[in-house]
Design a protein around this ligand. Structure first.
Ligand SMILES: Nc1ncnc2c1ncn2[C@@H]1O[C@H](COP(=O)(O)OP(=O)(O)OP(=O)(O)O)[C@@H](O)[C@H]1O
Length: 311
C-alpha cells in the first residue's frame, strides 16, 4: 500500500535554479526508504516540499490520502520531520519542548506517551535540562523526540547520522527499526551508501534534482558491489611483476602500493588467489585495506549504464 505519493514534483527557486526535476516516487507503508545523493542533489528540497516548508513549482504530493497543499493540516499531521539542525528555544527544558511540539499539531496532551518517547531516546534523565545545556548528540535526540511527539505515520530523517558518534548512530538505527516495527514509514536522506545498505528496504538515488533510480536495497548493492583492495608493499616496485598479469593491477604511490579492483559479490573475487600468488613470488606487504566504491564512482557508473542502455 502506498502511504506517500509524489508525482511530477519540480522546484525552481526564485533565483532561477532548478533543484528538483519532475520527481515521481511512491513510498510503501511501513518501509524504510533511503534517499541517497551527494551535496546539493535536492534531498532537503524534496523533504521540505513534502513537509510544507517549500512550495513546489509543479507536481503533487499525497500523504496518507491528503493532498499536502489543498489539505495541508491533515497531511502535515501525518508527517514527522527530523531536520538537520535544531530550531527550538534554547532556554526551554527538554520535557517542555517535546510536549509543546505535540500541542502544536493540535494533539491532546499525553504525558505517558511523551515519557515513553523520552525514555526510548535515553532523554528521560535529562527532561528538566535546558536545551542549551545538552550535548550535540542529545540535541539530536530531542529533535527526534519532537518529531515523534504527535505520533506521525511517516517520519523524515534528514541526514540523521551526519557528524554523530558511533554510539548515537547505533542507537539511531535501532530506534528507526523499532519505529518501523510499530508501522511507521521512514524516509531518510544520507550521503553514505553503507547507511542505506544497513538500514533501508529500498533506495532512491537522486542527483542534480533528478531521481535517477529506485531499487530494492539488495538489488542495488549487487549492482554496486565493486571494491578496491590496496596493498602497501614492504619494498617499492618499479614495475608490476609479470606473474601478477592476470589481475589487472595498478601500481600507485611511487610503486609503494598495489591496487586491485574487484566485484565483492562475485563468487570468485580473485583476492585469495592474488595474495597466494604474491606470497609464492615473495612479494611482501605491510598492510592492506579494502574500500567500497565512493558515491561519486557509483553515480558515474549509473549514469554511464543508463547511457549505454539508451544507445
Ligand atoms: N532557497 C533557495 N534558493 C535558491 N537555491 C536553493 C535554495 N535552497 C536550496 N537551493 C539549491 O538547491 C540545490 C539543492 O539543495 P538541497 O538542500 O535540496 O540539496 P541536498 O541534496 O539536501 O544537499 P545536502 O546533502 O548538502 O543537504 C542546491 O544547489 C542548493 O544550493
Amino acid at each position: 500500500m502506498t502511504v506517500l505519493s509524489i508525482s511530477g514534483l519540480s522546484k525552481t527557486y526564485a533565483g532561477g535554479f532548478t533543484a528538483l526535476k519532475s520527481v515521481d516516487l511512491e513510498i510503501r507503508k511501513g518501509e524504510i526508504f533511503a534517499l541517497l545523493g551527494p551535496n546539493g542533489a535536492g534531498k532537503t528540497t524534496l523533504i521540505s516540499i513534502v513537509c510544507g516548508i517549500v512550495t513546489p513549482t509543479t507536481g503533487t504530493v499525497i500523504a496518507d490520502g491528503h493532498d499536502i497543499r489543498r489539505d495541508y493540516r491533515a497531511a502535515r499531521m501525518k508527517i514527522g520531520l527530523v531536520p538537520q539542525e535544531l530550531h527550538t528555544d534554547a532556554f526551554e527544558t527538554v520535557l517542555a519542548t517535546v510536549s509543546l511540539s505535540r500541542g502544536m499539531f493540535g494533539r491532546a496532551p499525553d504525558p505517558a506517551l511523551i515519557e515513553r518517547i523520552l525514555k526510548d531516546l535515553s532523554l528521560w534523565e535529562k527532561r528538566s535540562s535546558k536545551i542549551m545545556e545538552l550535548s550535540g548528540g542529545m540535541k539530536r535526540r530531542v529533535m527526534i523526540a519532537k518529531a515523534l511527539s504527535h505520533e506521525p505515520e511517516i517520519l523524515f530523517l534528514d541526514e540523521p547520522t551526519a557528524g554523530v558518534d558511533v554510539e548515537l548512530r547505533r542507537d539511531m538505527w535501532s530506534l528507526v527499526r523499532g519505529l518501523r516495527e510499530r508501522g511507521v514509514t521512514i524516509i531518510l536522506t544520507t550521503h553514505y551508501i553503507e547507511e542505506a545498505e544497513e538500514m533501508a528496504d529500498r533506495v532512491g538515488v537522486i542527483n542534480k534534482g533528478a531521481l535517477i533510480l529506485v531499487e530494492e536495497t539488495a538489488v542495488l548493492m549487487k549492482k554496486l558491489g565493486r571494491k578496491t583492495l590496496t596493498l602497501n608493499l614492504a619494498e617499492p616496485l618499479a614495475v608490476l611483476p609479470p606473474e601478477l598479469g592476470e589481475w589487472n593491477l595498478t601500481l600507485k604511490a611511487d610503486g609503494n602500493e598495489i591496487a586491485y579492483e574487484f566485484d565483492a559479490n562475485a563468487e570468485r573475487t580473485g583476492v585469495p588467489s592474488l595474495l597466494r600468488r604474491m606470497s609464492d613470488i615473495g612479494l611482501a606487504f605491510k598492510d592492506l585495506n579494502t574500500q567500497q566504491s565512493s558515491l561519486e564512482d557509483i553515480f558515474v557508473g549509473l549514469v554511464s549504464d543508463r547511457q549505454e542502455a539508451v544507445s
